[in-house]
Design a protein around this ligand. Structure first.
Ligand code: HPA
Length: 272
């Protein structure tokens, strides 16, 4: 089947399962954000394997799940499971999923991730709103795309008005929300201290291995983006802590409750 017909089939399947419901907000969950899915009310679960445009995951025993319902009173589609560029080298693993969301009527993608802090003022366990990104990999999910629409304007990729609303919502809840530039390293190896010095020199406050491809895909599809990072460690060379996936996950787990509070506050506040 063609990519277009996979998207149409996926949309039809969503419509069959969700009836007339058309949530305008989708949330893509990264490490440390799993509690968000747990709090969805009236959940309807759809496996990625039932959606032909969605990625086949399987690595790490996680097949991928789309959960529809409400969170903080807002209808949402929560995507638990992301195909990462470090798995194959290709940045377009979430292309069909993001385009299905757009075709289904999603207007805002709230991206979440775990990231390393490249700023001495931002500590592990704290949260950062993504103001902009550095695509250090220089890979694009739009390689091979035709037409003028591929020349996507990225000058306000992380919606400025929505960022203001998110900051106001966090402040009203007494949640510290840093704001900064997220630098995408493709991974899967962590960065070297020299790479982190480079990223800091270039203006990065956080580093990670995800998010940027989906932001590009969303903007190409006309979906607005908000990005939230849970900082799980100081980036390589910035403290004595050795980096490991286990350490990332452990710190992410510790930050999960605060990340959930932030998500609820943001959802309650955003005007799309
Ligand atoms: N680097 C890249 N990705 C990450 C990090 C990091 O330090 N922490 C969590 N994800």
């Amino acid at each position: 089947m063609s990519a277009e017909s996979d998207i149409a089939t996926s949309c039809n399947h969503l419509a069959e399962r969700l009836g007339a419901r058309r949530p305008e907000i989708a949330i893509l969950l990264g490490s440390g954000w799993g509690a968000v899915a747990d709090q969805v009310q009236g959940a309807v679960d759809i496996a990625y394997t039932d959606l032909p445009a969605f990625p086949r995951l399987g690595v790490g025993g996680h097949a991928g799940l789309l959960r529809a319902g409400t969170l903080a009173g807002r209808p949402v589609l929560v995507l638990a499971g992301r195909k990462h560029a470090y798995e194959t080298g290709d940045a377009d693993g979430m292309k069909g999923a993001i385009r299905t969301l757009a075709a289904f009527g999603v207007k805002l993608l709230v991206q979440t991730n775990a990231a390393g802090s490249a700023d001495t003022d931002m500590k592990p366990g704290e949260l950062m709103l993504i103001s902009d990104h550095l695509n250090l990999s220089q890979r694009s999910p739009l390689f091979g795309e035709a037409g003028d629409s591929r020349f996507v304007d990225m000058s306000a990729a992380y919606d400025p008005a929505l960022r203001q609303q998110a900051q106001a919502a966090a402040a009203a809840q007494g949640i510290t929300l840093h704001e900064g530039v997220y630098a995408w390293f493709v991974g899967p190896q962590f960065e070297t201290p020299a790479e982190i010095r480079m990223a800091r020199t270039l203006g990065a406050q956080a580093v990670g291995m995800s998010t940027v491809p989906e932001t590009i895909l969303a903007r190409h599809a006309g979906i607005k983006v908000l990005g939230l990072s849970l900082l799980t460690n100081m980036a390589a060379g910035m403290d004595a802590q050795a980096l490991s996936h286990a350490h990332t996950l452990a710190t992410a787990k510790a930050g999960e409750a605060q990340a959930l509070r932030l998500m609820q506050a943001v959802l309650a506040a955003v005007q799309i």
